[in-house]
Design a protein around this ligand. Structure first.
Ligand SMILES: Nc1ncnc2c1ncn2[C@@H]1O[C@H](COP(=O)(O)OP(=O)(O)OP(=O)(O)O)[C@@H](O)[C@H]1O
Ligand SMILES: [Mg+2]
Length: 274
């Protein structure tokens, strides 16, 4: 296996609280890895370490040709090289509200990396078309639905021609009816061969699209493997308990058969891949 992303013995604490406690992860070129796990288990922190947005306390990370060992603090130039390897899609898309969709895509390449504006605009139009938003190039974020804004966020992540795409719960802040469009774009990117790491609670997406699922608990990968094994036949009790909670969010608290039915209908509506 050619691992495009490698993490070894990664540790990270915030104010003395251990958040990552020795993470080993290999992500093969062209594969999709879903990170699942309870709130606070370290999914976002792991993604941010891979992206170079957070500096681990110890361990090593390699993404593409950039490898960093965190025995001593890395220099700013090395971290900047690591950051360029990743395209990050945030939970809240974090677009500039005063810029059009097109300008949100071009501002980084033009002002940060001195790309010619005409060339950047041409690439941005292609990418907006790819995420189904060719007609929204001139729209401001406030004029777009949450799902459309998130698709602009995905196109923006693609602008830097990253080695790997990192998604941090890209659909969890969206209205249910826009979730499917975003997941469709992500599935297309996976089919095109992008290497992706996706923190998500969308179990249907994990089951249908991921090559591997890693279950994080308390800053450790408690188990990982193909989705059909981890999701259908988890080896660990804590994975089983987590999956039961995610798949039955009311935890058996629905009081009547009607409550249960409407809870299931609401869940299906907001999880189109389930
Ligand atoms: N910048 C920070 N400063 C202090 N503590 C932090 C910081 N970032 C994360 N933490 C803490 O680290 C722990 C792990 O957080 P993280 O965001 O990685 O979890 P998560 O698995 O992404 O959770 P969620 O599913 O809620 O997004 C949490 O206890 C969180 O409060
Ligand atoms: Mg998170």
């Amino acid at each position: 296996m050619t691992a495009l992303v490698k993490a070894r013995s990664l540790t990270k604490s915030f104010a003395g609280q251990a958040v990552l406690r020795g993470i080993d992860l290999d992500v093969a070129k062209g594969s999709v890895t879903c990170l699942i796990g309870p709130s606070g288990s370290g999914k976002t922190t792991l993604l941010r370490c891979v992206a170079g947005l957070e500096v681990p306390d110890a361990g090593a990370i390699a993404v593409g040709d950039v490898a960093i060992s965190y025995g001593c603090p890395p220099g700013a130039a090395t971290l900047a090289r690591l950051r360029r390897e990743s395209g990050f899609v945030f939970q809240a898309h974090e677009l500039f509200g005063h810029l059009t969709a097109l300008d949100n895509l071009t501002v980084g390449p033009v002002y940060g990396h001195r790309e010619r504006p005409a060339a950047a605009r041409a690439r941005a139009r292609d990418l907006l078309e790819r995420v189904g938003l060719a007609d929204k190039a001139g729209a401001y974020p406030g004029e777009l639905s949450g799902g459309q804004q998130q698709r602009v966020g995905i196109a923006r992540a693609l602008m830097s021609r990253p080695t790997v795409l990192l998604f941090d719960e890209p659909t969890s802040a969206l209205d249910p009816e826009t979730v499917g469009d975003v997941l469709d774009v992500m599935r297309d990117l996976a089919d095109e061969g992008w290497t992706m790491i996706v923190a998500t609670h969308e179990m249907g997406f994990a089951r249908g699209v991921a090559d591997r699922v890693a279950f994080l608990d308390g800053g450790l990968i408690a188990e990982q493997g193909p989705p059909e094994r981890v999701l259908a036949h988890p080896a660990e009790d804590r994975t089983r308990q987590f999956l039961a909670r995610v798949l039955d969010p009311l935890g058996g608290r629905a009081r009547t058969a009607r409550d249960a039915r409407s809870a299931q209908a609401a869940f299906r509506a907001s999880h189109p891949f389930a």
